[in-house]
Design a protein around this ligand. Sequence first.
Ligand SMILES: C[S@@+](CC[C@H](N)C(=O)[O-])C[C@H]1O[C@@H](n2cnc3c(N)ncnc32)[C@H](O)[C@@H]1O
Length: 204
Amino acid sequence: MDDSTKIRNGYKQEDWARHYSEHDLTWDIAEPSPPLVRLWNDGKLKAGKVLAPGCGQGHEVVFFAERGFEVVAVDYVPAALELAGQNLKKKNLTARLLGQSFFDLDSSHDRSYDWMFEQAFFCAIDLSDRTRYVQTARRILKPGGVLVGLFYETGEEGGPPWNTTEENILESFSDGFAVECLEKSEHSTERRQGREWLAWLRKK
Ligand SMILES: C[S@@+](CC[C@H](N)C(=O)[O-])C[C@H]1O[C@@H](n2cnc3c(N)ncnc32)[C@H](O)[C@@H]1O
């Protein structure tokens, strides 16, 4: 997702697949998201059922599974799930890995998650898919379930990653979610310092 690969009309599945086949995972921070780790260490998260959409190679999938969460991870690129599966296997952990689009989760997922965890997925999808994202998140979360999100404010035009501002988050989620926290995270990994919005969005 560096400048040379940015395109105006967003990515299709095959564009993401190419990143994996070329081992070009510039977004990958090689560890569980530090702000997520901080939330856990501060006792803000309780084990439950969590969905990780656009999970990539699944550092957070491993993190949640290690802590007793029931994890369902979705990515529509098979190579991403293969990497996530390998990372789980190294620690003898399991999670349900679904190779499909987040937007096509069937009705068996409806109202069944305590948590959804977002990192570098909202910024990865087309701007025109943001409404579908919010609708899907609302559909799959239990009433009172929480979307914990790290939203990426790139400050740049074009994408992916598409810029995500505080206003974008408020506009997208104010309707069906209570915005219980929205702040720039102080614990982001170095290259995202000052550019990640930590959001705690509770389904109404
Ligand atoms: C920028 S990467 C982020 C990966 C991971 N969340 C992370 O932070 O390392 C975006 C991921 O979303 C996946 N993706 C994009 N659109 C998707 C969709 N509609 N459904 C499922 N996965 C999707 C891509 O294949 C890619 O692995």
